[in-house]
Ligand binder design. Structure first.
Ligand code: MLT
Length: 270
């Protein structure tokens, strides 16, 4: 992607790739599993100027290095280190889709003083149930044995609304297959052990926007509604006819919702 940089996170011992678009108030865009920062490009075309959009590949995804093990908390720490390396000290709007949403919630739990607004897209605040966590850990083992196709094949049918065009599905299947088994397995384990994030939503004092595709079957609108009810200063937007990849399937309406949220934020980030 244009404007891409590769940065070494010394404490974490990994290199991360990040692209920065535009200049102005910072907005951090966090992709889902097992995808990469590129998933924000369709929406970026419609997002307003006057912001600096920071788009990392999360650990083990895209061009960022993988580790055998990591937690959602590690993903959040990676981002704090990344922002420091970018010399970004202003309060930031954090936007996360699905797994990116789990990371955005964890970042808010740990670094709320750095957060200006939170945007949760096609995600949930609940942790995995015991059965879901067990299934994920089993999938992680299979991915290491058989490759990332195990998750790419399982997720493909669920990612998009039924009406999404075949070329879009094919393209994102290829992206999923590009994720290394090591990176995918570590992320699966991280998601399996993630904590309940409702306490974050209930206690945080920053405004939030919750966006969900009407036809999202991975994190359905019920999940979004529960987050909206928990977060005092939240707005809920349900995008019609769209699945789990709302910013990819419906970039303009997604960008419109984000633009409205950004324009209503109370104060500058510094
Ligand atoms: C994602 O889209 O990031 C994943 O489906 C999230 C999950 O599996 O919980």
């Amino acid at each position: 992607m244009a404007g891409t940089r590769r940065l070494k996170l010394e404490e974490q011992g990994i290199e991360m790739e990040v692209a920065v678009f535009g200049a102005g108030e910072p907005v951090l865009l966090l992709h889902g599993f097992p995808l990469r920062g590129e998933m924000w490009l369709p929406a970026l075309e419609h997002l307003p100027q006057g912001f600096s959009y920071i788009v990392p590949d999360l650990r083990g995804h895209g061009q960022s290095a993988a580790t055998d093990e990591c937690t959602i908390s590690d993903f959040a720490d990676d981002l704090a280190a990344l922002l420091e390396l970018l010399d970004e000290r202003r309060r930031i709007v954090v936007v996360g889709l699905s797994m990116g949403g789990y990371v955005a919630l964890e970042f808010t739990r740990q670094y709320e003083a750095c957060v200006r607004g939170l945007v949760l897209v096609d995600t949930r605040a609940e942790p995995d149930s015991q059965e879901a966590a067990k299934a994920r850990l089993e999938t992680a083992e299979r991915v290491l044995r058989e490759g990332t196709a195990v998750v790419a094949n399982a997720m493909l049918e669920k990612l998009f609304a039924p009406e999404a065009p075949a070329p879009l599905r094919d393209y994102w299947k290829r992206i999923m297959l590009d994720t290394t088994p090591r990176g995918a397995a570590a992320a699966l384990r991280a998601m399996a052990s993630r904590p309940d994030s409702f306490p974050v939503l209930k206690s945080m004092t920053v405004p939030s926007l919750i966006v969900v595709g009407e036809k999202d079957v991975i994190t359905p609108p019920d999940c979004a509604l529960r987050m909206h009810e928990a977060a005092a200063q939240s707005e809920l937007v349900i995008l019609p006819g769209v699945g789990h990849m709302a910013p990819v399937e419906s970039p303009r309406p997604f960008a419109d919702a984000l633009r409205r949220f950004l324009s209503r934020l109370p104060s500058k980030s510094s």
